[in-house]
Design a protein. Structure first.
Length: 418
């Protein structure tokens, strides 16, 4: 492929943006909207309604390395296409369930199989391989898709659930996944080299000075394989940071509408506020992505976690929170959304892009192992106390620990181990 005027890597970013918007808007954020109607319809407690989410997180411990490795071997396009087929079918089947057992089976065995790791594993791996110098901003633009899904899709889901009911809404979401994600998956090329291009849209430069400089960069930033990464403390410290952040996020996210209702906001307004919750993260993620290409990423992530802890403190200890105050809490929390793409940029920068899919897969497995109990824990706490306070208190301390781990993240070397 000759070098086009518009670098195809930005099309990969756009495709990933749309796919991630579907993933977040339909799966992660919208589950907060489905949560209360499903628990009422099936006549189960909040802990029971959250159990399938927890189990799907646990299965992600095994799925994430598998999908990461499959992405490296077969390419992101094939992995995304198959997972979109499965996920769409899952939502269509969800609309027909009549018992709690069928809800558990469909959510874990079909929807979870397709969406827990099958959407973001191929998209983030593709974007990481298409960019080097501009990786942080490219991944941040991709991650804005997550926030956009919550901003646009989740309020529409809330509106649909309120007018059509959760069953017809689930049916429509399954069809939406098929109509949008399947065609896009066919254009998600694995790397610039596979299309005769170079990362960042660079021209091929055969001059000796450029070759020597490129070799020097390669020597400074080797491509770790999985076993080499496993032997480095920095890899697992990054994994622990991500795991803690995932635990805190999952304590909140599935129960977010219920938490806002607990704070005195009515359920319909809370559904709309979910969209604002997502929206305020967009400019923050873009700004942090821009900064991430200009300052040490691990310190920026640490600062982001420290700011997010201030939001959790208010959410935990203020008894009644009006809408305007809740929005200010969302703004304080928004650096958390910018931290995710920066963390994946740190992974690619420090451990290389060749095996990014597999390396990210094992880190996501660590995240799922840390966080799979979080939704169940939050639901159980509320069922026992009629309050989320004792679920949120640990989240405050854990976010502070994540900040410290990020600030002290060591640089890896093939010659250094634990």
């Amino acid at each position: 492929m000759s070098k086009p005027k518009f670098f195809y890597g930005w099309w990969v970013v756009f495709i990933s943006f749309v796919v991630n918007a579907i993933l977040q808007g339909v799966f992660h954020w919208s589950m907060a909207v489905f949560f209360l109607p499903i628990s009422r319809d099936l006549g189960v407690s909040r802990a029971a309604a959250a159990l399938p989410v927890s189990i799907s997180r646990l299965t992600g411990v095994f799925q994430s390395p598998m999908f990461g490795t499959l992405t490296d071997r077969f390419g992101p396009s094939r992995v995304l296409f198959v997972c979109a087929l499965i996920a769409g079918l899952g939502f269509i089947l969800l609309s027909r369930i009549q018992t709690y057992n069928s809800y558990l089976l469909i959510f874990v065995g079909v929807i979870g199989l397709g969406m827990v790791s099958g959407f973001d594993a191929p998209t983030l791996a593709a974007v990481s391989k298409w960019f080097n110098r501009k990786r942080s901003i490219a991944l941040s633009l991709t991650a804005v898709g997550f926030a956009t899904g919550g901003t646009i899709i989740t309020p529409l889901v809330a509106l649909s659930v309120g007018t059509l009911g959760w069953r017809d809404t689930a049916l429509l979401l399954g069809i939406l996944i098929w109509l949008i994600v399947l065609p896009l998956a066919t254009r998600l090329f694995s790397s610039p080299e596979s299309q005769g291009l170079l990362p960042d849209g660079d021209e091929k430069a055969p001059s000796p000075s450029v070759i020597e400089r490129s070799q020097a960069i390669s020597q400074r930033k080797p491509d770790f394989n999985v076993l080499e990464a496993f032997k480095n403390r920095g890899y697992w410290q990054l994994g622990c940071t991500l795991g803690i952040r995932a635990f805190v996020f999952n304590i909140m996210m599935i129960h977010m509408v219920a938490i806002m209702k607990w704070k005195g906001i009515d359920e319909s307004t809370a559904g709309v506020l979910i969209g604002i919750f997502a929206f305020v993260g967009i400019p923050t993620a873009l700004f942090m992505g821009w900064l991430g290409d200009r300052m040490p990423k691990h310190k920026l992530v640490s600062i982001g976690d420290a700011i997010a802890s201030l939001a959790l403190i208010q959410l935990t200890f203020v008894r009644i929170i009006p809408v305007w105050w809740m929005i200010s809490i969302f703004i304080l929390w928004s650096p958390n959304q910018g931290n995710w793409p920066l963390s994946w940029s740190i992974l690619a920068e420090r451990f290389g892009r060749k095996n990014f899919g597999a390396l990210r897969g094992y880190l996501v497995a660590t995240m799922q192992l840390f966080s799979f109990t979080a939704p169940l824990f939050s639901g159980w706490i509320f069922d026992q106390t009629q309050s989320y306070q004792w679920a949120l208190i640990p989240a405050v301390f854990l976010t502070c620990i994540a900040s410290i781990l990020s600030w002290t993240l060591p640089k890896p070397s093939l010659n250094t181990r634990f």
